[in-house]
Design a protein around this ligand. Structure first.
Ligand code: GLA
Length: 736
């Protein structure tokens, strides 16, 4: 069914428009149904006769659009006292008794808000995308909220946000301003959430929600995901598995403080209220100005977590991630090979090694800049973005030339939002730094954060990037880091400190927009001392992210697994390093599951290790199209058994790759049973071969046999993973 064939607004019953004094009270006895439908799902809103706008259905799409109106009547839950428990955007201070989506203080000091439906508009953006907007107004105050629902039909994704404005006689203070307010009905709700720290990103926890409010939030200001990202899953009735169950994925597209309240209310329904964290941030809105919230993103699947993440990954590649369906550069990074200790000769060697290894680009990391306070460790120099004359007397330009002469590209690390107190920048512009004027400074990794709320600082940060590319047009890539959180939140520029956290983010996005307007095609890695800033608010400007500084491949199997629920493989920068005890083959195989890079001392690699890497890179180049643009299936969960297995298949279901790892070293642990493949064509025949074999070893697998997709999906295939074959990479191809 195409979404064009269904009317998206259904007016039921009859309506009498009473022309009362009050402009918005078009009193009516009509029910206005507003279904937001995608290929498989429906989210249905209803404006009742008193014009409260409520959520009445969330789940699998019904065949008959007229039947949504029957849903509410079938629930005999406890009495609803307010008419607002399932509000589409819950106001506060009037009838509401639950967690609000919006709280305001009007120009006259009054704290009450009531929002009634006025009108709505459906616009078609293109064949797949539509935009619904709904106007709500307060009957008493000149105050308006416009709710937006951008729906992506094929991907079953909705982005929801709100616009808030007023025409009152003075300023209004927004005390809370959520992006979205969902309402779900089920017998039980299971939250899968994430927590972490440096080198421990994306640690999952799943639990049944109990009554009251569970909050997922951040108050870190920047690098906001360090302890907790905004991504989460809610399974309905029972925890969803990879292939079964009703599950909603949610995420705020925002890189600053966020807050997601999950309120299991007294009627046993789940209210999800998500948006910017209002912590320390009452926002003063002038008459006529508009406050726009960032989008809250959600998708729903009644076929489990795998289906939900494939939809989200495909949405991200097509609509959000910078150049999501494009190409990426494989690379050699010098961070762990040299840290801050390098000079032109050493780098020339590494550039040569880049070529020898067979990757596309050399990436110069931290330590290349600052002179008065040289950047020889992380205690000085941050902010002074001039080449360090001792290390690079001929500048970045000569390195770019060196790379070009070697037939590889050149990329550069920057951390432009941050500053060491020991820097010339700090001496020149102490007022550009976020700090409390009357308190001691407090450092994170010996550094502070620049005040991006200040337009001059925005120009400075933009200028760093602009100058680098103007001076070195062949510069091919940036790794944009962000290592500190915000302590002592205070801007010397802002008059109203309550706007600080919001204006910081507006400033950052402003800079990134300007960079993208001038340099639309430069690949950029989003890094934050690991994965402290992985979100779709930022990823619209970046081609990839750095999941974690923890590159121990055993840890990475788990970390990458969790990121893969929400982010496509093409966005995950995975580097082979010396972390962990696993052999180079294991490390490379794990890094190949996303965007491959290396951060090792190539000239110290034993001959066979180097040979292996070179061969693996060739294999990767042959298969990266499937890894980056194909469908990903998680086959065996490392948390549930001895083996982890992840598969990628191309759109034609003709070709793909399966990564298998032993994740338990106890005696006799192996892939005891065949692993069932997914997403194949049951009628097609496939041959499976093992690739990425370490020089001098041979596969234990029989490559002569051909299997049907039907067999592989119902019986499976055994990669023969065991303690002497801890990492096995399989390529499969259709046999005609
Ligand atoms: C952060 C990054 C690392 C590296 C260092 C450089 O920790 O995550 O990859 O770039 O900074 O200081």
């Amino acid at each position: 069914m195409n979404f064009n064939q269904r009317t998206t607004t259904v007016i039921l019953g009859f309506s009498i428009v009473l022309l009362l004094k009050d402009i918005i009270v078009t009193k009516s006895f009509a029910q206005t149904l507003i279904p937001i439908e995608t290929q498989n799902n429906a989210f249905v809103l209803e404006a009742e006769k008193d014009k409260d706008l409520s959520s009445i259905y969330f789940g699998k799409k019904l065949v008959d659009i007229n039947e949504y109106k029957l849903v509410s009547g079938l629930y005999k839950q406890t009495e609803e006292y307010t008419g607002l428990a399932n509000a589409a955007y819950t106001p506060s201070g009037s009838r509401n008794l639950l967690e609000p989506a919006i709280t305001v203080t009007h120009a006259d000091g009054n704290n009450s808000l009531d929002l009634r439906y006025v009108s709505h508009k459906q616009a078609k953006v293109n064949d797949n995308v539509s935009l619904l907007s709904i106007v709500l107004k307060d009957p008493v105050y000149d105050f308006e909220v416009k709710l937006y629902y951008k729906s992506y039909f094929k991907e079953d994704v909705v982005e929801q946000w709100s616009e808030i404005k007023h025409g009152e006689k003075g300023d209004v203070v927004l005390q809370k301003y959520a992006s979205a307010n969902l309402h779900l009905k089920a017998k039980s709700y299971w939250l899968n959430q994430y927590h972490g720290d440096w080198a421990k990103e994306m640690q999952p926890e799943e639990a049944r929600l109990t009554h009251g409010i569970k909050t997922i939030d951040s108050k870190l200001g920047t690098r906001a995901n360090l302890f907790q990202p905004s991504v989460f899953m809610i399974s309905l009735d029972k925890p969803a598995t990879e292939d079964e169950g009703n599950v909603l994925y949610g995420a705020l597209e925002y890189s600053g403080n966020f807050k997601v309240d999950l309120e299991l209310d007294y009627q046993d329904n789940l209210r999800i209220i998500a948006g910017i964290n209002n912590y320390a941030s009452p926002y003063t809105l002038k008459p006529g100005d508009t406050f726009t919230t960032p989008p809250f993103l959600y998708t729903f699947s009644n076929q489990g977590k795998g289906n939900a993440s494939r939809k989200l990954q495909s949405w991200a590649r097509k609509y959000k991630l910078q150049d999501g369906n494009g190409n990426r550069l494989t690379l050699l990074n010098n961070w762990e090979a040299t840290y801050f200790d390098f000079n032109e000769n050493k780098l020339a060697e590494l550039i040569g090694d880049t070529k020898k290894l067979g990757v596309d680009m050399f990436l110069l990391d931290d330590g290349w800049f600052a002179n008065k306070y040289s950047r020889n460790d992380d205690r000085a120099g941050l902010g002074d973005w001039q080449e360090n004359k001792a290390k690079l007397p001929n500048g970045i330009g000569s390195l770019v030339k060196e790379a070009t002469a070697n037939g590889v590209k050149f990329g550069l690390w920057i951390e432009p939002e941050m500053i060491n107190p020991k820097s010339e920048l700090y001496e020149k512009h102490p007022d550009w730094v976020i700090k409390q004027p009357k308190r001691n400074e407090h450092y994170f990794r010996n550094q502070l954060v620049l005040d991006l709320a200040n337009p001059q600082v925005q120009d400075f940060v933009y200028g760093i990037v602009d100058r680098l590319f103007t001076k070195n047009p062949e510069l091919a890539y940036l790794k944009w880091d962000c290592n500190a959180v915000i302590y002592n939140a205070h801007s010397a520029f802002l008059k109203n400190q309550s706007h600080f956290y919001i204006e910081y983010m507006n400033g950052l996005y402003n800079v990134l927009k300007r960079i993208r307007a001038k340099f639309p095609n430069v690949p950029m890695m989003l890094c934050s001392g690991g994965g402290g800033r992985v979100d779709y608010g930022a990823l619209q400007f970046f081609t990839e992210f750095w999941p974690s500084d923890n590159t121990d491949p055993m840890e990475r199997i788990f970390i990458q697994w969790e990121y893969s629920y929400f982010y496509p493989a093409i966005s995950s920068s995975n580097h082979v390093t010396d972390w962990g005890k696993q052999p180079i083959k294991f490390r490379t195989d794990v890094a190949m599951m996303g965007k491959l890079g290396f951060d090792i001392v190539v000239n110290k690699l034993p001959e066979n290790d180097l040979k292996f890497c070179q061969e693996a890179i060739k294999n990767y180049n042959g298969l990266k199209d499937v890894i980056w643009h194909g469908d990903q299936y998680r086959l065996a969960n490392p948390r549930e058994g001895n083996v982890a297995s992840v598969m990628y298949v191309d759109e034609a279901k003709a070709r793909g790759i399966i990564f298998n790892y032993l994740v338990n070293n106890r005696y006799g642990s192996n892939s005891a049973s065949p692993i069932k493949l997914k997403g194949l064509d049951p009628r097609k025949k496939y041959r499976i071969t093992e690739i990425n074999l370490f020089p001098g070893t041979s596969s234990t697998l029989d490559v002569k046999k051909v299997f049907s997709g039907d067999f592989l999906m119902n019986v499976g295939f055994n990669p023969d993973v065991n303690t002497s074959r801890t990492s096995v990479v399989l390529e499969f191809k259709e046999v005609k």
